[in-house]
Design a protein around this ligand. Structure first.
Ligand code: MN
Length: 432
């Protein structure tokens, strides 16, 4: 099934700036509330959200074999289940409808009025009903930095790390969209001088700069997905902030791994950028330092060159860029993660979310968490307003962005922005 949406010379009759993350070559998918408070599946070009439900109702997808209400739903799960052929037919058709030379919708005022909304008029929702959520640990730099802090230089990488993509099973109930605020979590902490642990708010709330991918139904229980076909089951990618409470995590993680230090919030960016849109930005990954077992051996360029950035915006409002990283640094690719996840027969469904793990590069400017940037609170980082941070403070906003660029085309994810607010207080009805 050919796709022609990536053609870098294609232009749209919707005008946008050269620096937009959403040129006509992107055509991501999301779910939003319209100004009439209707929920719909949509795409985005420049600063405009496009109601695909309305387009379908008006007959613009008649030549594409789709169920009647495909886009009049509040999640993308059914569309994703339809598979790669449908995704490509739909993206091709959208690219045609919005092509500069196509007058169908361009010259139809009443239809345009129904279908197109300024992005500020809509409210983005979670794009899929996430059944299962897994978070990997696939950046060697991140795993080494964290391991060094907790186990010392000699045991920084655990013995299994170079042989398999390590992961934990997260919790989908606390995955939230960009824009939603997060309460500082309470937890328990060991107390050197006392018999009982103490119970208080976490003092080490952190962000984790990650990308994540969303799958389609990949297999039946008991059937592994081979590395060669793994990418066929990946619909697209989002930015992800795997909010973490380092002090809760440190006390609870033995022997079963992350739990309450992670599951109070994980946020994802609203637009799913398809793997097809990212294809021009494919690149090689780090050279393997150990030959992986055959089921993890991947041929060709396995990574994507996506620039990633994190800003801290204190309540005062002046942002500071604290990290610049790139998804090309990942040691284990998405295909390797998916092949490993299913090698025992574990089932993967439409709308599952698989996170990369914190993406750190080799230098300090590219570390993807405050744990690494502040050396676990020993070396506070400076913000532009003169204040310092070891970890995230109350009313700080964390903004993540990501984009790929070449041949004059930028394909981006937009923003993932969430604010940490104080602990929920039962005695007070204030709060935001
Ligand atoms: Mn993580």
């Amino acid at each position: 099934m050919p796709y022609h949406t990536n053609d870098p010379v294609r232009t749209s009759w919707i005008s946008y700036s050269k620096s937009t993350h959403f040129p006509i070559q992107n055509i991501p998918f999301g779910v939003f509330l319209t100004r009439e408070n209707m929920i719909t599946i949509g795409t985005r070009i420049g600063d405009y959200a496009i109601d695909l439900g309305a387009l379908q109702e008006l007959g613009y997808f008649n030549q594409v074999p789709l169920t009647d209400d495909m886009f009049m739903q509040d999640t993308l799960n059914d569309f994703i289940s339809d598979g790669k052929k449908t995704w490509r037919l739909v993206r091709n058709r959208i690219a045609d409808i919005f092509d500069s030379d196509n007058a169908e919708l361009r010259d139809h005022d009443a239809h345009r009025e129904r279908v197109i909304f300024h992005i500020n008029e809509v409210e983005m929702q979670l794009p899929v009903l996430i059944g299962d959520y897994t978070d990997f640990y696939s950046s060697k730099e991140h795993a080494t930095n964290v391991g060094r802090m907790f186990r010392g230089e000699d045991n920084a990488l655990t013995p299994n790390w170079l042989h398999m993509p390590i992961a934990y099973h997260g919790r989908s109930s606390s995955i939230i969209p960009s824009g939603k605020s997060i309460n500082r979590p309470m937890g328990q902490f060991p107390n050197a001088d006392e018999e009982l642990p103490s119970f208080r708010p976490s003092e080490k709330v952190d962000f984790e700069l990650e990308t994540a991918f969303i799958t389609t139904d990949a297999n039946k229980l008991g059937e592994p997905v081979s590395i060669e076909e793994a990418e066929d089951h990946i619909f697209g990618m989002v930015l992800m902030n795997d909010w973490s409470a380092r002090d809760i995590q440190k006390w609870e993680y033995m022997p079963l791994g992350p739990f309450l230090g992670k599951n109070f919030a994980t946020s994802i960016s609203p637009w799913i950028v398809t793997l097809d849109a990212l294809e021009p930005f494919r690149c090689s990954g780090p050279e393997p330092e150990q030959k992986p077992l055959p089921y993890l051996q991947q041929k060709g360029d396995k990574n994507f060159n996506i620039n990633l950035e994190v800003e801290i915006i204190p309540e005062s409002g002046s942002p500071t860029v604290v990290s610049k990283s790139n998804s090309k640094y990942l040691y284990w690719s998405m295909a390797q993660q998916l092949a490993h996840h299913t090698v025992n027969g574990c089932r993967i469904n439409s709308g599952d979310l698989l996170g990369s793990g914190t993406i750190s590069g080799a230098t300090k400017e590219s570390y993807g968490s405050l744990l690494e940037l502040s050396s676990n609170g020993k070396e506070p980082i400076k913000l532009n307003d003169g204040s310092t941070r070891n970890f995230v403070e109350d009313n700080d906003t964390i903004r993540m962005t990501g984009y790929a660029y070449n041949q004059g085309v930028t394909i981006g994810f937009g923003e993932l922005t969430n604010t940490l607010i104080p602990v929920v207080s039962k005695s007070s009805k204030r709060g935001k």
